[in-house]
Design a protein around this ligand. Sequence first.
Ligand code: FUL
Length: 492
Amino acid sequence: MFRFILFFGWGLLLPGLFSCSRNVQPPAPVYPVPSPRQLAWQHLEFYAFTHFSINTFTNKEWGYGDESPGLFDPTNLDCNQWAQVIKEAGMKGIIVTAKHHDGFCLWPSKYTEHSVKNSPWKDGKGDVVGELSDACKVAGLKFGIYLSPWDRNSALYGTPEYITYYRNQLKELLTNYGPVFEVWFDGANGGTGYYGGAREKRTIDRKTYYDWPGTRKIVRELQPDACIFSDAGPDVRWVGNERGVAGETNWSMINKDEFAPGLADREVLNHGLENGKDWVPAECDVSIRPGWFYHKSQDNKVKTVNQLVDIYMKSVGRNGNLLLNVPPDRTGRINEHDVQRLKEFRKALDEIFARNLAAGKRVHADIWRGRNKQFAPGNVTDGKEETYWCTDDSVKTGKLTIDLGKREKINLVLLGEYIPLGQRVKSFKIEVLLNRVWKQVAGGTTIGYKRILHFAPVTTDKIRITILDAKACPVLNRVEIYNAPEKYFQAD
Ligand code: FUL
């Protein structure tokens, strides 16, 4: 009998003792999840827009389409300077306005006379798109294309023939200039224009006119790795405003088929949908100046460092990517005012994220998946993107306590979900231990790829992150903690 108990007793005990080495499966994805191209895009985080065209020379924001190409004459165009300035600011790529609403093409398109080929610049032999794509390659930056669907110059606009014209231009851009990481389809569509001399109003059906599925197919065929941006995605969505601000709640999901470029619910774009069926993360576009194009009168209106930091916290810090417009001036270079400001902004970001106080620090959790090392709490401070802490399938809450080892002044926490398994967290709070009492310093709803929270400085040695609710078991891959210079968070 004793033998019997001993045998079965051990049998019961053993799995408990060796549970750490048990093979525990990772959690199943919560669909939808990002495609590889969307994942690569998300990692870029911060990149530039360069609005540059005939408007730069007419001092307008929207050209009517009747501007003479003869006006385009940058005195010292230098795309290597754009690339250098943008790279030094820490941005990962450039999207150029190859054609804005006025229809003027920055490359010598063979389908129109309204382009650089009829400008005095380089005797009509120049190609801004070509120079910029080369400069991006040299600098190691990604290269993207904005091709306005609305064309106020083309006589064809509004007819079916225009779609062929538009697609021919798209093919030129996607064939002749190397890899493209993003194709930007603007939502401003239709209205008054020159239209080859007709000078009238042309309205189109935003949902059907462009046959967007057909156009997207061309992008997929010619540049399979490129993300397609528009109000309706399909890869990346507009954030719903031009201030660069994502909603505090920001899901990377929407129902994309309900929208078309220029036809979307801005609230949904800003916040996403918890139960949206398509993964379409938000891109936050904003200009460093009041206008998208360069205007000398705005030289003293370049956004301040603190305004830019605020935008960064509300875009990258809210599960979005930041697309910051830096418009080259009439010389064809990024203006000194903007160069200076970008340097200061970079310095601020470097100082804010100078020292991650949580790096490599011990983390305690009340629970982790199967008590298996693979999913241990320490994964959130190991600096690795691919390792994560997660709970058992039935558990949608959890507490992570980071032990800094000594008391430190802190005011910023950065959290991240491992998004290849989907976006899950619905609610969380952040507490610090003060005089043996946990005090809440911040909290929120969604996390997503990155969530950054700034709060009034406190001195503590323990920080507790509590996941209060999630769509399924939470999967976190990063917790970073900083003591950022407070001066960057003060309103100007
Ligand atoms: C808008 C356009 O109308 C603006 O001119 C600018 O290009 C901005 C990024 O998108 O829809």
